[in-house]
Write a protein that binds this ligand. Structure first.
Ligand SMILES: [Mn+2]
Length: 262
Protein backbone atom coordinates (compact mmCIF):
# COMPACT_ATOMS: atom_id res chain seq x y z
CA UNK A 1 0.00 0.00 0.00
CA UNK A 2 1.03 3.57 -0.67
CA UNK A 3 -0.39 6.45 1.35
CA UNK A 4 0.05 10.12 0.58
CA UNK A 5 -0.44 12.70 3.31
CA UNK A 6 -0.01 16.48 3.37
CA UNK A 7 2.05 18.40 5.91
CA UNK A 8 1.55 22.13 6.42
CA UNK A 9 3.35 24.91 8.29
CA UNK A 10 1.79 27.84 10.18
CA UNK A 11 -1.64 29.08 8.99
CA UNK A 12 -2.32 31.68 11.73
CA UNK A 13 -6.10 31.30 11.28
CA UNK A 14 -5.90 32.65 7.71
CA UNK A 15 -9.13 31.18 6.37
CA UNK A 16 -8.66 31.80 2.62
CA UNK A 17 -5.19 30.29 2.69
CA UNK A 18 -6.30 27.23 4.66
CA UNK A 19 -9.18 26.69 2.22
CA UNK A 20 -6.89 26.99 -0.80
CA UNK A 21 -4.46 24.49 0.75
CA UNK A 22 -7.14 21.88 1.37
CA UNK A 23 -8.85 22.45 -1.99
CA UNK A 24 -5.53 22.16 -3.86
CA UNK A 25 -4.73 18.68 -2.58
CA UNK A 26 -4.89 15.65 -4.88
CA UNK A 27 -7.98 13.48 -4.28
CA UNK A 28 -6.01 10.56 -2.83
CA UNK A 29 -4.74 12.71 0.08
CA UNK A 30 -7.09 12.02 3.01
CA UNK A 31 -4.96 13.35 5.88
CA UNK A 32 -3.36 16.76 6.42
CA UNK A 33 -1.09 17.15 9.44
CA UNK A 34 -0.60 20.73 10.54
CA UNK A 35 2.67 21.62 12.29
CA UNK A 36 1.34 24.35 14.57
CA UNK A 37 0.31 27.99 14.79
CA UNK A 38 -2.76 26.61 13.10
CA UNK A 39 -4.89 29.28 14.78
CA UNK A 40 -6.63 27.47 17.64
CA UNK A 41 -8.30 30.54 19.13
CA UNK A 42 -11.50 28.97 20.43
CA UNK A 43 -14.77 30.90 20.14
CA UNK A 44 -13.02 34.08 18.97
CA UNK A 45 -12.13 32.34 15.68
CA UNK A 46 -14.84 29.68 15.53
CA UNK A 47 -15.48 30.89 11.95
CA UNK A 48 -12.02 29.70 10.92
CA UNK A 49 -12.35 26.23 12.50
CA UNK A 50 -15.80 25.89 10.87
CA UNK A 51 -14.41 26.90 7.47
CA UNK A 52 -11.49 24.44 7.66
CA UNK A 53 -13.83 21.68 8.83
CA UNK A 54 -16.36 22.25 6.04
CA UNK A 55 -13.61 22.29 3.46
CA UNK A 56 -12.04 19.10 4.85
CA UNK A 57 -15.43 17.34 5.05
CA UNK A 58 -16.22 18.20 1.43
CA UNK A 59 -13.00 16.40 0.42
CA UNK A 60 -13.38 13.49 2.89
CA UNK A 61 -10.14 14.58 4.55
CA UNK A 62 -9.06 14.71 8.21
CA UNK A 63 -6.93 17.51 9.66
CA UNK A 64 -4.61 16.67 12.55
CA UNK A 65 -3.17 19.68 14.37
CA UNK A 66 0.05 19.73 16.39
CA UNK A 67 -0.29 22.92 18.47
CA UNK A 68 2.31 25.66 18.11
CA UNK A 69 2.77 28.68 20.35
CA UNK A 70 0.08 31.02 19.00
CA UNK A 71 -2.82 28.83 20.14
CA UNK A 72 -5.27 29.41 23.01
CA UNK A 73 -4.03 26.72 25.40
CA UNK A 74 -6.57 27.66 28.10
CA UNK A 75 -9.38 26.85 25.65
CA UNK A 76 -7.57 23.80 24.31
CA UNK A 77 -7.12 22.32 27.78
CA UNK A 78 -10.90 22.43 28.26
CA UNK A 79 -11.57 20.24 25.19
CA UNK A 80 -12.57 16.64 25.93
CA UNK A 81 -9.96 14.10 24.83
CA UNK A 82 -10.07 10.42 23.90
CA UNK A 83 -8.00 7.68 25.59
CA UNK A 84 -4.94 8.75 23.58
CA UNK A 85 -5.29 12.41 24.54
CA UNK A 86 -6.59 13.49 21.12
CA UNK A 87 -9.13 16.35 21.16
CA UNK A 88 -11.72 16.36 18.39
CA UNK A 89 -12.62 20.04 17.93
CA UNK A 90 -14.77 19.58 14.80
CA UNK A 91 -16.04 16.65 12.76
CA UNK A 92 -12.81 16.50 10.70
CA UNK A 93 -10.35 18.47 12.90
CA UNK A 94 -8.32 16.78 15.65
CA UNK A 95 -5.64 18.17 17.99
CA UNK A 96 -2.75 15.87 18.94
CA UNK A 97 -1.19 15.87 22.42
CA UNK A 98 2.58 16.20 22.97
CA UNK A 99 4.27 12.87 22.36
CA UNK A 100 1.43 11.39 20.28
CA UNK A 101 2.63 8.41 18.25
CA UNK A 102 1.03 6.85 15.20
CA UNK A 103 2.02 4.50 12.40
CA UNK A 104 1.31 4.92 8.68
CA UNK A 105 2.46 2.16 6.32
CA UNK A 106 4.97 0.91 8.93
CA UNK A 107 6.54 4.38 9.41
CA UNK A 108 6.43 5.43 13.08
CA UNK A 109 5.62 9.11 13.63
CA UNK A 110 5.83 11.12 16.86
CA UNK A 111 4.22 14.56 17.21
CA UNK A 112 5.40 17.12 19.77
CA UNK A 113 3.92 20.63 19.60
CA UNK A 114 4.97 23.81 21.40
CA UNK A 115 7.42 26.71 21.08
CA UNK A 116 8.33 29.99 22.79
CA UNK A 117 6.61 33.21 21.63
CA UNK A 118 9.52 35.62 21.25
CA UNK A 119 7.08 38.57 21.24
CA UNK A 120 5.46 37.58 24.53
CA UNK A 121 6.58 40.89 26.02
CA UNK A 122 4.07 42.62 23.74
CA UNK A 123 1.31 40.10 24.52
CA UNK A 124 -1.10 39.58 27.42
CA UNK A 125 -0.97 36.30 29.33
CA UNK A 126 -4.19 34.33 29.02
CA UNK A 127 -5.49 36.50 26.16
CA UNK A 128 -2.83 36.57 23.43
CA UNK A 129 -0.09 34.46 25.03
CA UNK A 130 -0.19 31.23 27.05
CA UNK A 131 2.74 29.84 29.09
CA UNK A 132 1.63 26.26 28.32
CA UNK A 133 3.13 26.87 24.84
CA UNK A 134 6.47 25.53 26.12
CA UNK A 135 7.50 21.88 26.14
CA UNK A 136 8.53 21.27 29.76
CA UNK A 137 11.53 19.25 30.96
CA UNK A 138 9.06 16.65 32.30
CA UNK A 139 7.49 16.37 28.85
CA UNK A 140 10.94 15.96 27.28
CA UNK A 141 11.54 13.00 29.62
CA UNK A 142 8.12 11.49 29.00
CA UNK A 143 8.28 11.77 25.20
CA UNK A 144 11.87 10.52 25.17
CA UNK A 145 10.95 7.43 27.17
CA UNK A 146 8.89 6.20 24.21
CA UNK A 147 12.09 5.38 22.30
CA UNK A 148 12.76 5.49 18.59
CA UNK A 149 10.47 7.04 15.99
CA UNK A 150 11.15 7.25 12.26
CA UNK A 151 9.72 10.73 11.73
CA UNK A 152 9.43 13.50 14.34
CA UNK A 153 6.86 16.27 13.76
CA UNK A 154 7.30 19.44 15.82
CA UNK A 155 6.46 23.14 15.79
CA UNK A 156 9.85 24.38 17.05
CA UNK A 157 13.17 23.38 15.49
CA UNK A 158 16.01 21.40 17.08
CA UNK A 159 18.98 23.63 17.88
CA UNK A 160 21.39 21.72 15.62
CA UNK A 161 19.30 22.66 12.58
CA UNK A 162 20.31 26.30 13.11
CA UNK A 163 16.96 27.44 11.66
CA UNK A 164 16.76 30.76 9.84
CA UNK A 165 16.00 32.98 12.81
CA UNK A 166 17.44 35.88 14.67
CA UNK A 167 20.91 35.29 16.08
CA UNK A 168 20.86 35.19 19.88
CA UNK A 169 22.33 38.71 20.18
CA UNK A 170 19.61 40.22 17.93
CA UNK A 171 16.92 38.21 19.67
CA UNK A 172 18.15 39.53 23.02
CA UNK A 173 17.88 43.06 21.63
CA UNK A 174 14.31 42.36 20.43
CA UNK A 175 12.88 40.25 23.23
CA UNK A 176 15.20 40.72 26.19
CA UNK A 177 17.69 38.22 27.55
CA UNK A 178 15.14 36.14 29.50
CA UNK A 179 12.91 35.42 26.49
CA UNK A 180 15.89 34.92 24.16
CA UNK A 181 17.36 32.38 26.56
CA UNK A 182 13.98 30.64 26.88
CA UNK A 183 13.65 30.39 23.09
CA UNK A 184 17.12 28.87 22.77
CA UNK A 185 16.51 26.50 25.69
CA UNK A 186 13.36 25.38 23.86
CA UNK A 187 15.32 24.62 20.67
CA UNK A 188 17.62 22.56 22.93
CA UNK A 189 14.64 20.66 24.37
CA UNK A 190 13.46 19.75 20.87
CA UNK A 191 17.02 18.59 20.15
CA UNK A 192 16.97 16.47 23.34
CA UNK A 193 13.75 14.79 22.18
CA UNK A 194 15.26 14.30 18.73
CA UNK A 195 18.40 12.74 20.26
CA UNK A 196 16.26 10.32 22.28
CA UNK A 197 14.09 9.28 19.33
CA UNK A 198 16.84 9.43 16.64
CA UNK A 199 14.37 10.00 13.78
CA UNK A 200 15.71 9.94 10.22
CA UNK A 201 13.53 12.94 9.45
CA UNK A 202 12.09 15.90 11.39
CA UNK A 203 9.59 18.42 10.02
CA UNK A 204 8.66 21.64 11.80
CA UNK A 205 7.03 25.07 11.34
CA UNK A 206 7.40 28.23 13.47
CA UNK A 207 10.19 29.97 11.51
CA UNK A 208 8.02 30.74 8.46
CA UNK A 209 10.79 29.59 6.17
CA UNK A 210 11.15 26.56 3.89
CA UNK A 211 14.52 24.87 4.18
CA UNK A 212 16.03 21.38 4.25
CA UNK A 213 19.12 20.67 6.32
CA UNK A 214 20.70 17.33 7.27
CA UNK A 215 22.00 17.38 10.85
CA UNK A 216 24.18 14.99 12.78
CA UNK A 217 23.85 14.50 16.50
CA UNK A 218 24.34 11.91 19.21
CA UNK A 219 21.70 9.38 20.17
CA UNK A 220 21.27 7.28 23.32
CA UNK A 221 24.48 5.40 24.13
CA UNK A 222 26.57 8.05 22.39
CA UNK A 223 26.04 6.73 18.89
CA UNK A 224 25.99 9.37 16.15
CA UNK A 225 22.94 9.55 13.89
CA UNK A 226 21.78 11.64 10.96
CA UNK A 227 18.44 13.37 10.59
CA UNK A 228 17.11 15.44 7.70
CA UNK A 229 15.32 18.53 9.05
CA UNK A 230 12.65 20.27 6.95
CA UNK A 231 11.25 23.64 8.00
CA UNK A 232 7.97 24.66 6.34
CA UNK A 233 6.95 28.21 5.44
CA UNK A 234 3.78 29.94 6.68
CA UNK A 235 0.50 31.03 5.12
CA UNK A 236 0.82 33.13 1.96
CA UNK A 237 4.30 31.74 1.18
CA UNK A 238 5.57 29.06 -1.18
CA UNK A 239 6.81 26.05 0.75
CA UNK A 240 3.93 26.06 3.25
CA UNK A 241 2.76 22.63 2.13
CA UNK A 242 4.56 19.39 1.24
CA UNK A 243 3.25 15.99 0.25
CA UNK A 244 4.68 12.86 1.84
CA UNK A 245 4.41 9.53 0.09
CA UNK A 246 4.73 6.61 2.48
CA UNK A 247 5.40 3.22 0.99
CA UNK A 248 7.14 0.09 2.23
CA UNK A 249 8.19 1.63 5.55
CA UNK A 250 9.85 4.65 3.90
CA UNK A 251 8.70 8.19 3.21
CA UNK A 252 9.55 10.67 0.48
CA UNK A 253 8.76 14.38 0.55
CA UNK A 254 7.77 16.45 -2.45
CA UNK A 255 7.13 20.16 -2.71
CA UNK A 256 3.55 21.21 -3.37
CA UNK A 257 2.27 24.45 -4.82
CA UNK A 258 -1.04 25.74 -3.47
CA UNK A 259 -3.53 26.68 -6.20
CA UNK A 260 -5.52 29.91 -5.78
CA UNK A 261 -7.88 29.89 -8.76
CA UNK A 262 -10.56 27.45 -7.63
MN1 LIG B 1 5.23 29.59 16.14
Amino acid sequence: MTTRIALAGDWHATTWWARDCVNSLPDDVKLLIHLGDFGLMGPTRADYITAVNECAASRDLDVWVIPGNHEDYDWLEQRPVDDDGVAQIAERVFVLPRGYRFVIERVVFCAVGGAVSIDQGQRTMGTTWWPQEEITEAEVMEVSSGGHADVLLTHDAPINADPPSMPHADLTQFAGVAVADKAYLHHRRVQDICDALTPRRLLHGHFHSRYTRPITSTGPGGDPYECVVDGLACDRLAGNLVLTTIDGGAETIEEFEVIHDH
